[in-house]
Design a protein around this ligand. Sequence first.
Ligand SMILES: NC(=O)C1=CN([C@@H]2O[C@H](COP(=O)(O)OP(=O)(O)OC[C@H]3O[C@@H](n4cnc5c(N)ncnc54)[C@H](O)[C@@H]3O)[C@@H](O)[C@H]2O)C=CC1
Ligand SMILES: O=C(CO)COP(=O)(O)O
Length: 360
Amino acid sequence: MSSSSAPASSPSAAKKLKVAIIGSGNWGSAIARIAGINTERHSDVFEKDVLMYVYEEEIKGKKLTQIINEEHENPKYLPGVKLPAHVRAVPSATEAAQGAHLLVFVLPHQFIGSVCKELKGKVDPSARAISMIKGVDVRDGDIRIFADVIEEALGVDCSALSGANIANEVAQDKFSETTIGHREGERGRESAELFFRLFDTKTFKVGMIEDVAGVSLCGALKNVVAIAAGFTDGLGWGDNAKAAVMRIGLMEMKRFSEEFFKGVKPETFTETSAGIADLITTCMGGRNRKCAEAFVKTGKPFDQLEKELLNGQKLQGTETAREVHEFLKARGKVDEYPLFRAVYSIAYEGFDVQDLTSKL
Ligand SMILES: NC(=O)C1=CN([C@@H]2O[C@H](COP(=O)(O)OP(=O)(O)OC[C@H]3O[C@@H](n4cnc5c(N)ncnc54)[C@H](O)[C@@H]3O)[C@@H](O)[C@H]2O)C=CC1
Ligand SMILES: O=C(CO)COP(=O)(O)O
């Protein structure tokens, strides 16, 4: 595992690299801000201008792209935080990605399929991508990480970035760490070093590890555990119960990843920001935790709570619980992951939340 120090060698940049951010939600906007700061700071490597794909919507009769480009702020998804003026919002993923050398995918996982379909055949095959998506793609009894989905759809190599990164805190330059999982070989390492340059700052410390699958799966599966942690908060069960759920959750995350993906590294789970640290922060301060607590306290369904509490932001944990359940069911293995199963049953099958720990 590499720590967060400056890369030993940087690939020489014959021409400056153009960066596109595909996504502009809470995390998308926070990461676009950091990328914009660093394209200016490392102007020998990057083109200063960054294009950011914004899923267009109207706010008080005005287009969100227009508001962002005039006010340099995303008032819906990251209010109160200024973006560099050279981060420009565009309403088309194709326009943002055209000619880009570095593609940053940071959309809620349910929208990646349609965006990749749109981008197919339109990105430079020598471009490098990174997935900041916390979710998994489950279909036809199979499971894939989104870095693989992007690689296959677009024919570009794709790393992953995940960590203990509540977007609002990162956007205020409060200290945090994150982890890039990269592919093996020289090109994988080179990609990680370029993305390190694009994201590392004094308060956002980037580490690297050769483990795209482990980093991606930590980001996806901790959201399911965060739902369970939110349940314990809603029940008023206290800190010991929450810590127990987190410990059991981490074990299920690790076991699941090792069982279904080749080559994941155990230390990704226990030593990186993508692993244990993200699990902790999400179970303390994330949106999944918040909605799960409200689910217990109000009895309202998750889709209603998402609308009422998140103002357009998307919950990933409930969808992931459903997708993981579907995958495990197809393999006859649901009972081997009792915490994942309990979260699914409570969220989707009307099981009593008081039974959260009864089968653990
Ligand atoms: N918010 C956070 O603190 C962090 C989030 N993440 C992950 O980053 C990914 C992106 O999440 P956020 O940026 O937080 O998004 P978000 O949940 O704040 O916002 C939702 C985004 O989806 C867009 N959208 C809505 N319908 C769409 C459609 N049909 N097609 C395309 N886009 C559509 C919205 O315009 C908005 O930009 C997720 O996988 C999340 O788990 C990772 C680290 C931190
Ligand atoms: O991934 C996150 C922090 O690292 C954010 O988690 P939530 O989606 O639960 O807010």
